[in-house]
Design a protein around this ligand. Structure first.
Ligand SMILES: Nc1nc2c(c(=O)[nH]1)N[C@H]1C(S)=C(S)[C@@H](COP(=O)(O)O)O[C@H]1N2
Ligand SMILES: [Mo]
Length: 328
């Protein structure tokens, strides 16, 4: 992985894929569930963890096929193995294999999400209550990272608009900010100053209300693996992947556009909007093409990148009349 420190802290360029054969976290919970079911560890943290109401990491989490326009691409999904071992989650390290190797320390239950700011119903929601807010849907989205690679991932969750409507934004609310967990005890990557913690991203309220903006609790029909942002993460498929924060603990409604972690790290490289756009290059590399993980050879960038990552028919209207080079 290469950092270009002369330009500030930035996304590393796509680096070597280090495949991980073992999937230790999943084996761990399977063992926990087995032990808990056998009643051998009742009272231990493992049993409480396994028997908590919210399903544990790796448990089945089915979702009905989404009927939201554009929510199910017919493209071949990336293998689960690739999607769970080639990750960006800097709280657990900056190499692609680090999150899968290190995220086992993330405690995903109990978990609450605080809703605050410009809403009529500020509240702190427990994960169980949150998960019941709307029926689970399966959506198969393209994911495009600003580094020039892409995947196709079957997520399980529902439109973020369900939550936004439930908390009733005030007339002043124009932006929604997503703050993710920053706990040094659970996240070894926080010792690095590669980003300002907590990892914070934000959307305009109308972007957040778009039916394609999703809160995901699962992928591949199972509860989210920790390295993919358990127990809940945002998925905004027409924007570069870094706009979709993992392991969210706080959602804040704001009148003013907030700064985000990547803007603070390198404002010339990462704009607030960060819509996927093959015509607006990243200062250090072209965005015209991408390599699909698991499909192309290393460093091959053969696939043309699509405007708004292929979601232009659904989301183009959100940016009508805007200069997309200026508001990148
Ligand atoms: N909290 C947090 N969220 C994050 C990141 C991160 O480092 N920390 N990385 C982002 C980036 S750069 C990408 S491309 C996606 C990757 O999601 P995936 O690993 O599930 O494919 O997560 C995004 N969300
Ligand atoms: Mo990314």
């Amino acid at each position: 992985m290469h950092f270009h420190r002369d330009r500030g802290f930035v996304h590393p360029v796509p680096s070597e894929i280090t495949p991980r054969a073992a999937y230790a976290g999943r084996r761990d919970w399977l063992r926990q569930v087995a032990l808990a079911a056998a009643g051998t560890t009742l009272g231990s943290w493992a049993a409480r963890d396994a028997l908590a109401a919210a399903p544990p990491v790796g448990a089945p989490l089915p979702g009905a096929r989404s009927t939201v326009a554009g929510a199910v691409t017919m493209e071949k999904p990336t293998s689960r193995q690739d999607a769970t071992t080639y990750n960006n989650f800097y709280e657990f390290g900056t190499d692609k294999a680090d999150p899968a190797a290190n995220a086992h320390t993330l405690k995903t239950r109990p978990w609450t999400v605080a809703i605050e700011g410009e809403v009529k119903k500020p509240q702190t929601l427990d994960l169980d209550a949150l998960m019941k807010l709307a029926p689970m849907e399966e959506r198969i989205y393209r994911l495009r990272c600003v580094e020039g690679w892409s995947m196709v991932i079957p997520w399980v969750g529902w439109s973020l608009s369900n939550l936004i409507k439930a908390v009733e934004p005030t007339g002043n609310a124009k932006f929604v900010q997503f703050l993710t967990l920053a706990d040094r005890a659970q996240m070894p990557g926080l010792r690095s100053s590669v980003l300002e913690w907590p990892y914070v991203e934000a959307l305009r309220l109308d972007e957040a209300m778009h039916p394609l903006s999703m809160l995901a609790f699962g992928m591949y029909g199972e509860v989210l693996p920790r390295q993919n942002g358990a127990p809940l993460r945002l998925v905004v498929p027409w924007k570069y992947g870094f706009k979709s924060g993992k392991s969210i603990v706080r959602i804040r409604f704001l009148a003013q556009q907030p700064r985000t972690s990547w803007e603070l790290a390198a404002s010339s490289e990462y704009g607030f909007y960060s819509n996927v756009n093959p015509q607006v290059d990243h200062p250090r590399w072209s965005q015209a093409t991408e390599r699909r993980i698991g499909e192309d050879g290393l460093f091959a960038r053969k696939r043309p990148t699509l405007m708004f990552n292929g979601y232009e028919p659904q989301v183009g209207q959100l940016y009508a009349g805007m200069d997309l080079k200026k508001f990148f």
